[in-house]
Structures are given as C-alpha cells and as structure tokens.
Design a protein around this ligand. Sequence first.
Ligand code: CA
Length: 260
Amino acid sequence: MLQWLCATCAVTGEAEKSADAIRETNLMEAKKVLIIEDEKPISDIISYNLTKEGFETEAAYDGQEGLDKALKTNPDLVLLDIMLPTIDGFEICKRIRERSNVPIIILTAKEEEVDKVLGLELGADDYMTKPFGHRELIARVKANIRRRAMTDIVGRSEANIKEYGNITIDNNLFEARKNGELLELTLREFELLKYLAEREGKVYSREQLLEDVWEYEYYGDIRTVDVTVRRLREKLEDDSSDPGYILTKRGVGYYFNRPE
Ligand code: CA
C-alpha cells in the first residue's frame, strides 16, 4: 500500500499534460469513471489522476454503494477493488454484468488474486495488480473505454458473418459458433478468436496480440494473452490439450488453423 502510494506519487509529480494528452482528453470528453475502492487514500489518488486527464470521477467506498452507483449513475468505466466491505468485488462484478456492459477493470491487491479473477470468468474486461503506476492506469482506462466505443460502432454498422470451416463468427452479434452451436465466449475471447481467424495461418506474438486485441502498447502483461488463449481453447477445442484451431508456434506466438 505504502509502496503503491509512493510509486504513484513519483509519477504524478512528473506527469505534465502534453499536447497529445489534451487532444486525447478532448476526444474522450467527460467520460465518467466510477471508483469502487474502500481505501480512501488510494481512491483519492486515482480520482486526482483521472480528473487531471479530463475524466469525471465518482467514488464509492463500500460494495453496496459501489453496486448501486454502477447500476444507477451510468458510468463509462468501473474500477473495482476486490476486498470491500458489505459485498466483495467478485460479486459486484457478476451483478453488474447481469445488467450492464460497462467496461470493468478489477484492481487486485495480490498477484494470487489474478488467477482467481481470470478463472472465475466474472466478465471483467481487465485487471491490474497493485502497485500500479498512474500512467499505466490512465492507458488502461482509455484503451478499455475506446475499445467499448469501437465495438458499439461496429456492432451497429456492420452486419457480417464469416465462416472458417466449421467455425462461424458473427461480427454483428459478437457470437461465435462451432458446428452451429453457440460458444459461450467472453467479449475478449471472441475478439481474440476473430482476430486470429481473420488472419488465418499467420503467427502473432503475445506482444502483438496485446497491442492489437487489447490495445495496450507498453503496459500489458503477456500472461493475460496466455490465460485468454487457454480459456478460449477450453471452449473451442475438441481437446484443449491438443488444440486444432488455436495453435502455438513455439517461441513465437499463436495462430488460427482451419481444421481439415
Ligand atoms: Ca480494499
């Protein structure tokens, strides 16, 4: 906690608002971020940094308050701590997802929570492990808001269905089917499958996938890619330990293969 505060203070001191930052801020005008975090000093610093970048912020200091605000105040993105009074972050995430598509970034206090966050398939869009820096947080918030805006636009304007052997990808409904049966994919799993399938046979490194599918240029954790590939394979493959669609090119990355 102390380490996190200090790390953040160190970067906020040097974070001058560049012309690019101002331009970008204007493009992302008045986006509202809900911060659900019970440690007020952490919440205050996050809020300070986001406000400086042109975001509006709203804070909730316990689980119930956070859930209520997430559902009633219509935020553009939610930053969600896990350990919270009244309702924990896992439950809040699930309950927000039942009602809303708002991007959710989970803030985990421990490295060990990451696997649980990913494994539970809560429907979160992203996670960050404390301590994290101000620049990384801002980059993730922007990427997730931009990504959701893009999928909304594509969803409205493009109606196309593509077939790759027995896999069908519906870019209008954001659905993938195998032999006509709907695959229960998260949005990110769907986007990863779509990205690789559209570039059939071409191998992509984890870093490249992080940049193109997650839209993280510098800050991403490449394990995120491995975990998402693993979960996608569990849903897509006949045998996830011997994949036929999403293949690994050892030492390079991943690619989509159309089975015979
Ligand atoms: Ca907490």
